[in-house]
Write a protein that binds this ligand. Structure first.
Ligand SMILES: NC(=O)c1ccc[n+]([C@@H]2O[C@H](COP(=O)([O-])OP(=O)(O)OC[C@H]3O[C@@H](n4cnc5c(N)ncnc54)[C@H](OP(=O)(O)O)[C@@H]3O)[C@@H](O)[C@H]2O)c1
Length: 339
């Protein structure tokens, strides 16, 4: 798996001013997402809307941002807004999108960062689908679809004339060598349990790449000229020891888990290096100048080919339609219109 070597194609210092722009960051109050929000604030973003489950984590992060040099935030400043949402709950995601639409007419940057990591978790949720896949892929497809009109609207107001969608994936997508859609509603039960968890996570991260490529294709083919100005790319942030890495201890015990985290800290990326590719894709004029669309990036800001399966356009279309159909069972036909 890549992540040991770091390219240096972008530096956070080169982030352009984000004055007047509005961002939505899922999971923007913890781990890598918190650093992405920090960087957006440091570079003058007008507003960041954070979508995640834990308001406590948000409040802790908020106090950190307030204390950070270079970030101007009042005690309860609507420059950073918390929208409570479980991305694994289809109705909750729909409600969160409606709430966001009341908060803003424009979104210049959408970062689909939140994710469930490797952890022992029930094989199927109340929808009868793998919960890791539901949170990491289905939740983000619903949110993005419902917020797309706001992203298109923002293209006429951003300095680059573009809006950006950034999707977190992982080098671990390489572990998933087959994606059978009917298996998403079946427990995989691979053995040992740790392998089952890693494999399910890897499958969701492959899903993130397929989603990015398919969304990019749809945007380019859309008749509305504004759609062509929405750039979507995915990225692997690197190996960064965050809350997700506790999952190793839950599977392998605290001692082995601690060793794995030590290795991650020793040989992985810093949280700033991890955030840098996301910020590059969200803000750098280079992305539109190079017409970089539907690509997969590794740290920092380096394009890399995903696996053959990650480039499978037919599979990408099938997965998109499969998710559309599963969501319709809960939200009804034409849920995409958001009405
Ligand atoms: N760290 C790494 O080495 C690494 C490597 C490759 C890829 N990634 C990817 O990078 C992204 C960020 O990971 P991280 O390392 O920063 O993990 P983290 O510290 O565990 O943060 C995960 C974030 O996702 C949110 N989240 C989790 N489940 C959610 C749900 N059901 N609904 C809404 N929000 C949810 C969490 O907030 P709440 O708990 O409040 O909901 C939290 O903000 C993930 O997509 C991950 O797969 C990380």
């Amino acid at each position: 798996m890549s992540g040991i070597f770091t390219y240096h194609n972008f530096s956070l210092q080169d982030t352009p001013s984000l004055k007047g722009q509005i961002a939505v960051v899922t999971g923007g109050q913890a781990g890598i997402g918190k650093e992405i929000t920090t960087q957006l604030l440091l570079h003058g973003i007008e507003k960041v809307i954070i979508v995640s489950r834990s308001e406590n984590k948000f409040n802790t992060a908020y106090e950190e941002w307030r204390g950070r040099n270079g970030i101007d935030l009042g005690e309860r400043d609507d420059r950073v807004i918390f929208v409570k949402c479980d991305l694994g709950d289809i109705e909750d995601v729909y409600a969160a999108a409606q709430q966001i639409k009341k908060l803003t007419e424009y979104i210049h940057i959408l970062v689909c960062n939140a994710g469930l990591g490797i952890q022992p978790i029930t094989p199927l949720n109340t929808y009868g689908i793998d919960p890791i896949f539901t949170t990491n892929c289905i939740g983000h497809q619903i949110l993005t679809t419902l917020l797309l009109p706001l992203l298109k609207r923002a293209t006429s107001t951003s300095p680059t004339g573009t809006a950006r969608i950034v999707v977190s994936s992982s080098s671990l997508h390489q572990l998933c060598r087959t994606l059978n859609l009917s298996h998403l509603t079946r427990p995989t039960r691979k053995w040992p349990a740790i392998y089952d968890s890693v494999w399910r996570y890897a499958r969701s991260k492959l899903g993130n790449i397929l989603f990015t490529k398919e969304l990019s294709r749809r945007l380019l083919e859309d008749e509305d000229p504004a759609s062509k100005m929405v750039y979507v790319n995915s990225y692997f942030p690197g190996n960064v020891v965050t809350q997700q890495w506790q999952g190793w201890s839950e599977h392998l015990g605290s001692w082995i888990g601690a060793c794995i985290r030590w290795l991650g800290k020793r040989f992985g990326q810093s949280v700033e290096e991890a955030a840098a590719t996301a910020v590059y894709l969200a803000a750098s004029p280079e992305v539109s100048e190079m017409d970089s669309r539907g690509q997969y990036y590794v740290p920092i800001a380096k394009v890399k080919e995903p696996t053959r399966l990650g480039r499978d356009e037919v599979l990408g279309r099938q997965l998109w339609d499969w998710i559309d159909d599963r969501v319709a069972r809960t939200l009804g036909e034409n849920w995409q219109s958001g009405k």
